[in-house]
Design a protein around this ligand. Structure first.
Ligand code: CTP
Ligand code: MG
Length: 234
């Protein structure tokens, strides 16, 4: 019985347009992936770490070096064309003893360690799929008219936690994108297989770095953490 974190870092970062795969773009002088690996390590809940890297030789070599530095023993595997394919590549590398899997976006590099712990704990008590989620703060309107009741909505984050068998089965069933609307996260795939998705409170610092503005926010969060750990008042 052990817990694995599959950290997906194979995306190209087209919307960030920083000239490198997003996971390798620096914040506070360190690549986003390094911050994400720090949080995984600090959570203490990962017996195994699988990093899914950009498949090009340069990106792959950079991730192998970085992962080996921060988490000795981490496995690194080349990703696919879509996030779903990259997660599947990571799942294919899981050792046999793993029964709980947390899937995390390297792009959510500043998700705090406690979030990993809380998600893993909820899976351990028997939830097959656990997702951190936060209230929607904008007013949301349908393109064809009508404001949506946002009190019934949540924006979902990662890490998302799963019973391994449920996640592997959902990926096998969802391979090739057969049937239904496109699914953008793993919990969506598991739900399609008829399992309930359990929500736990998300965290504002688990935001996804998608655009240059998000990168500026990440810089500010890292700077604030450095100030706090130096002992200055908040
Ligand atoms: N991801 C991945 N493999 C892909 C696509 C995405 O591992 N083929 C990962 C990204 O590295 C990221 C997470 O999935 O950590 C969320 O994806 P997203 O924010 O869309 O990242 P990118 O695909 O890199 O960005 P963009 O869509 O702007 O190109
Ligand atoms: Mg993408």
């Amino acid at each position: 019985m052990s817990t694995a974190v599959v950290l997906v870092a194979a995306g190209r970062g087209e919307r960030l347009a920083a000239g490198a795969p997003k996971a390798l773009v620096p914040v506070g002088g360190r690549p986003l992936l390094a911050w994400a690996l720090d949080a995984v390590l600090a959570s203490g809940c990962a017996d195994r770490v699988v990093v899914v890297a950009p498949p090009d030789p340069v990106g792959l070599a950079a991730v192998v070096a970085l992962a080996g530095d921060v988490v000795p023993g981490a496995l690194v595997v080349a990703g696919g064309d879509t996030r779903q394919a990259s997660v599947a590549a990571g799942l294919a590398k899981l050792p046999d003893d793993v029964d709980v899997v947390l899937v995390h976006d390297a792009a959510r590099a500043l998700a705090p360690p406690e979030l990993f712990t809380q998600v893993a704990a909820a899976v351990r008590v028997g939830r097959p799929a656990v997702v951190p989620a936060v209230p929607v703060t904008d007013t949301v309107r349908r393109v064809r008219g009508g404001v949506v009741d946002r009190t019934a909505l949540r924006a979902v984050q990662t890490p998302q936690g799963f019973a391994r068998d449920a996640l592997v089965e959902a990926h096998a069933a969802g391979a090739g994108g057969a049937g239904g609307a496109p699914v953008t996260d793993d919990a969506g795939l598991v739900e399609r297989c008829g399992l309930a998705v359990h929500l736990v409170p998300g965290h504002p610092e688990a935001f996804k770095v998608t655009t240059p503005l998000d990168l500026a926010l990440a810089e500010a969060v890292v700077a604030r953490r450095a100030t706090r750990s130096a002992g200055s008042p908040p």
